[in-house]
Design a protein around this ligand. Sequence first.
Ligand code: M6R
Length: 607
Amino acid sequence: MCGICGVVGHRPATPIVFEGLRRLEYRGYDSAGIATLDDGRIERRRAAGKLDNLAAVLEDQPLYGTTGIGHTRWATHGAPTVNNAHPHSTSRVAIVHNGIIENFETLRKELEAAGEVFETETDSETIARLADFHLAAGKSPREAAFATLRRLEGAYAIAMIFAGHEGLMIGARRGAPLAVGFGDGEMFLGSDSLALAPLTRRIAYLDDGDRVIITPEKAEFFDHTGKPVERTIQTTAAIAGSVGKDGYRHFMEKELHEHPLVIGQTLQRMVDPATRKVILPDMPFDLATIPRGVITACGSAYFAGMIGRYWLEEIARLPIDIDVASELRYRNPPLTPGSLGMLISQSGETADTLAALRALRGIGLPVLSVLNVEHSTMARESDVVLGTVAGPEISVASTKAFTAQLTVLACLTIAIARAKGTLDEQGEDELVAALLDLPTRAEQVFAHQDAIRNMARIVAEARDVLYLGRGSAFPVAMEGALKLKEISYIHAEAYAAGEMKHGPISLIDRTVPIVASIPSGPLFEKTLSNLQEAKARGGRLLAFTDEAGADRLSAVAEQTIALPKVHPFVTPIIQTIGVQILAYETALLKGTDVDQPRNLAKSVTVE
Ligand code: M6R
């Protein structure tokens, strides 16, 4: 959560920092602010709400100077007001912070007793006040910054600038990401390489606990003890041009339409075109002998993991434990030695998933991560990374990253099944063919967009919606319900279809539409019976099926979408696109902020 950007150089800092914040706005949009050094004095402008509000403030009161820091906030401590917006500053220092300072109350009391006067309700202001305290006592910026960092508990990425010290910025990270960008006579700090993409492709990532001192010419890195260290400069992929809406109304709409592309790109990386066999990078463990898998993730990535569990258990006969990362990290489950930890994350920065990764590695399990951001913290801390080739996902609601994750998990399933001998050559050929067919089939889903829009008219009128599915269609239902809640603010619950009669059936009446994911296949009849039960009680049924299930369903459901018929293995991928489009169309009817829904942030880097 929260985005940080900073520059020390020779050009006006404000437009550079502002543009960086635009690219980080997905991390939070409760308030924003920039501080610069103008003739050595700290000046700052802040605004509540989105960056456009800050733009208006800057137009009225421009900010000058070539050293500057900026922040876009997802509020944790303190309401999203102008007063609580970052940067926090005193006459001596200004700071921006992403994370949570857990001991801020203790520090605040100490500092107030020493005469520092606090102006905000935030934990972050403590950093500025503590640094100010040290500067007032005569410490240099470096001494003050390092002394401040030594006292902080919790998670942070921080950038600091100091009055009277043009061309100097100090950054630090612990538990939240921070990258240094190397320019020509100018240097940058950013929460991720996306923020810095138009400025430079030469990036060095801080390791956990690192500090960095940057000037226009160089960056000096130090570890958590203050010892000088080297950090590698990497050349990132050219992504600067690929983060526009390209004529679509929303990033979410664009990203939905990228499903076929990202599935295809991900398959290109994982399937050898000549042999049509799944190829994985070298593994530091033997897939044939792993006794169990432990899957963990958050939100949509967790639902992808649930679908992965159906595949891995059924096809590779690999027993799977699965839990959301926020639970797994504290549950201390008795895991089978030699089990493979499997993490799934778009951003690679989600705090709970990262903590689960560390917990699994801490007990000696190897960790394989399915990640979209391949320079992320999780990537650096995993034993093996399987990359999803989805490109930057800007919409807060995840869409294309989800199907790319499924594509990777499907390939992983095939590879493990082959290694364990639960899938013969013919079986592998059949499943790979089903995967290679996906980009074309995914494209065909959009032929149903008008019909899905009609369905959305019913959903948009509802206050509550029930989503149902069986087998791998159950996580599809969960993904559909989450997406609807997230962007249309309509309450939605997902249930395994067979569970409905154990409780949720009492909710059913004409005002609670039921969205069912019910592809043809072995579970079709069972789910259909559940839908009949709902219909008998006055429920309005809206069904996503396929061409083979459409006839049977149209007699039962008020509206039926017959998505392309694909191999049962890849059905959840096609069904997911359908329910995601339904959420998007509903949000359009509701007039909500599709790409930046209220209260949310794309990358959840706090607990
Ligand atoms: O970056 P991650 O994949 O780790 O993020 C996990 C969740 O925060 C994310 O999937 C969230 O649930 C999305 N907003 C869902 O659309």
